[in-house]
Ligand binder design. Structure first.
Ligand code: FES
Length: 101
């Protein structure tokens, strides 16, 4: 299912937006003009990963420092050993949409 999560001009480069869809906590990031959406729940211990610091495509969970790739949610460092869900983003008619079940 594809849903609208933001207007295409809502986030400047480097900005993020946290939101929920049903009970899922998600976050949208604008990195260099490209948009990425990941779950806002760390695979290590359910931390608020989207509140972490970003460096390029990398985000670091503020709780214990695990790092993930914003492009696909893949894990980059311990203490996490699994990635986090990511959702394909598409811009349609000036609206940012994601694919989600
Ligand atoms: S909860 Fe994210 S690194 Fe532990």
């Amino acid at each position: 299912m594809r849903i609208i999560i933001a207007k295409s001009d809502e986030l400047a480069e480097g900005e993020r937006k946290m939101f929920t869809v049903g009970e899922k906590r998600l976050a949208l990031f604008n990195v260099g003009g490209e948009y990425y959406c990941i779950a806002d729940i760390c695979s290590h211990d359910d931390g608020p990963v989207a509140e972490g610091e970003c460096d390029g495509y990398t985000i670091e969970c503020p709780r214990h420092g695990a790092r993930f790739d914003l492009r696909d949610g893949s894990v980059l460092s311990f203490p996490a050993i699994r990635g986090i869900p990511s959702h394909p983003v598409e811009i349609m008619n000036d609206e940012i949409t994601i694919d989600i079940e």
